[in-house]
Design a binder for this molecule. Structure first.
Ligand SMILES: NC(=O)C1=CN([C@@H]2O[C@H](COP(=O)(O)OP(=O)(O)OC[C@H]3O[C@@H](n4cnc5c(N)ncnc54)[C@H](OP(=O)(O)O)[C@@H]3O)[C@@H](O)[C@H]2O)C=CC1
Ligand SMILES: Cc1cn([C@H]2C[C@H](O)[C@@H](COP(=O)(O)OP(=O)(O)O[C@H]3O[C@@H](C)C(=O)[C@@H](O)[C@H]3O)O2)c(=O)[nH]c1=O
Length: 305
């Protein structure tokens, strides 16, 4: 199976490229903005394409004619999206339309990565068919892209996920693990929110969930997250304990003490029963995810392949 992965310099994209290109029967085309930042450079093809470049995006799809497209590329910083709405719409909505138009010409299966931020955070944890009601522009852009994907003339799936954590080569954004580790190691104090709830997602589990979707050509919306409902404060304390770092540097705060341009939903998190039953998705606990990332060697559990 030939798979085109967008956002291949991002956290999920890097895991997908490494995972899929190591599997027999997969041919992988990676695309990102600018040079390839993944250290592992062999076993797949990399093409630099800006997602806002209509001819570039459609040309890429038509040149490679993939069996499946995993569209992970996006403007993911919610505050940047709030400050620069045009760029956010271009990267998250218009680019999705370009890619989908390419997919419709080549008959490629289309998997779109979406977010818990399509929900308002008043009723979490959420199921796939709960009504969306985004509270910030990033979430609104993803909800708009989902509507476009749902009208596709090719088989499609939407994988929504929540607060993804892991390690990437030359990353452009932090996640709960890198953020806690880097700051506490430098003895910096951190204000950590204790009134938002999430089901954080180990990037390896998310990559595996995406593989299961394209392998099975499973259609529809799937919630792919971890299963533990935690606040960022709970997560930060677990990371610090795991690394034997000083939790006294944390200040437990509520979300109102942050002056961020983008409002965050209070309680999201996902019910993942559909993915467990229909895909065989089986994520690690947060503790297992930490061990897999920070500890000794490979994760203790794989979903097979
Ligand atoms: N991380 C999370 O907590 C969550 C992520 N998601 C979704 O999952 C997907 C993957 O997220 P993740 O890997 O963590 O995000 P990252 O921000 O790590 O990766 C997104 C990638 O998209 C690339 N990109 C952005 N704009 C463009 C553009 N105009 N042209 C080409 N490439 C572009 C970025 O490039 P560059 O590296 O150069 O900036 C980046 O490499 C996204 O769709 C995201 O919305 C959903 C919920 C939670
Ligand atoms: C920066 C910061 C964050 N936090 C908390 C708030 C938040 O719940 C969590 C992560 O904050 P961030 O600003 O990194 O991310 P945020 O934009 O809140 O997270 C989102 O990313 C996008 C891409 C998604 O789609 C969502 O699923 C979600 O994971 O950490 C603190 O407690 N203190 C801080 O100083």
């Amino acid at each position: 199976m030939k798979v085109l992965v967008t956002g291949s310099n991002g956290l999920l994209g890097q895991y997908l490229i490494q995972r899929l290109s190591a599997l027999p029967g997969y041919e992988v085309v990676a695309t990102g903005r600018g040079p390839n930042r993944l250290k592992m450079q062999d076993g797949y093809v990399y093409e630099s394409v800006n997602l806002g470049d209509e001819a570039g995006v459609k040309g890429l799809v038509e040149r490679h004619r993939p069996d499946a497209i995993i569209h992970a590329g996006a403007m993911t910083q919610a505050d940047d999206c709030e400050r620069n709405k045009d760029a956010c719409w271009m990267a998250n909505v218009t680019a999705t339309r370009y890619l989908l138009q390419g997919a419709e010409r080549t008959g490629s299966f289309f998997l779109f990565l979406s977010t818990d931020f399509v929900f308002d955070g008043l009723g979490g944890p959420y199921r796939e068919d709960d009504p969306v009601n985004p509270v910030n522009y990033y979430g609104a852009s993803k909800a708009a892209a989902e509507r476009i994907v749902k009208q596709a003339k090719v088989p499609w799936a939407i994988a929504r996920t929540v607060l993804v954590y892991g390690l990437a080569d030359d990353p452009r954004r932090s996640n709960i693990i890198t953020w806690v580790k880097n700051n506490l190691e430098q003895k910096k104090k951190l204000k950590v929110v204790n009134d938002q709830w999430r089901t954080p997602t180990f990037v390896q589990d998310l990559a595996e969930g995406c593989r299961l979707i394209i392998d099975k050509r499973a259609q529809g919306v799937f919630h792919l997250s971890g299963k533990d409902m935690l606040t960022p404060y709970d997560m930060a304390v677990q990371v610090a304990h795991y690394l034997n770092l000083d939790t006294r540097l944390f200040e437990k705060v509520d979300a109102t003490s942050f002056k961020q341009p983008a409002k965050r939903p209070a309680k999201t998190g996902f019910i993942i029963e559909k993915a467990e039953k229909e895909l065989g998705y089986s994520p690690h606990s947060f503790e297992e995810g930490l061990k897999a990332i920070l500890g000794e060697g490979p994760a203790p559990k794989e979903n097979g392949a």
